[in-house]
Design a protein around this ligand. Sequence first.
Ligand code: IPD
Ligand code: CA
Ligand code: CA
Length: 266
Amino acid sequence: MARSAILNVMVQAAMKAGRSLSRDFGEVQNLQVSLKGPGDYVSQADRKAEEIIFAELSKARPGYSFLMEERGAVHGDDDQHRWIVDPLDGTTNFLHGIPLFSVSIALERQGQIVAGVIYNPGMDELYTAERGGGAFMNDRRLRVAARSKLTDAVIGCGVPHLGRGHHGNFLLELRNVMGEVAGIRRMGSAALDLAYVAAGRMDGFWEANLSAWDIAAGLLMVREAGGFVSDMGGGQDMLDDGTVVAGNEAIHRTLLKTLKKPLPPR
Ligand code: IPD
Ligand code: CA
Ligand code: CA
């Protein structure tokens, strides 16, 4: 499978950061961990991975702008291009020795996501997508699952936790969805959740209170695998709105509707 020059740059950066994360994952107990907020840790490994990605991408494409989780917005001379980077998505998993975490890099051109890379070093799975060029896991082309009924579907979600998200809203959404589906999963890396939808491992996914770097690459991954993505209102404002619903056309449509089912009268 031939990759474009820009995708190669992104893959190199993601894999180099991934190797650094893998080394630190092996020594997770020895990491100096600082508390960013309850349940939301940021580690030395996280910052090191972000430095690697920043250095690699700046060297390959000087002037491009950045939006990175730790560094925030970096305005380059070229404001038509922006890298959107989460160096470690799934920090809580990482710190608990659960090998479900990822590096996520997206490239936005004139406000449109045109390339995405998600790398899970724990399983050595590399997900890549380019606008109009399809999505791949390692060398295998990806296609979203074909199941069309929610009753057969395994749906991923994000669960808000201490100090994060709207717990009441989530419980209503969960109540609506759990009675209609074959299974619900909470993986702990929104980037991987979307990659798994693209790979047909999960039939759908929803989550709220996300940041652009959690989902930018994953949104393209799902679209390029033939899937549908929207915000919870059914629009395309996911990066700013921080909500996402994903699946094949039928699952996306029904999941969107099911999430918003009104409460039955008492
Ligand atoms: C988190 C993960 C998680 C999601 C959280 C995110 P982080 O990112 O994507 O799956 O539920 O909302 O903040 O903190 O591990 O980079
Ligand atoms: Ca994240
Ligand atoms: Ca992160």
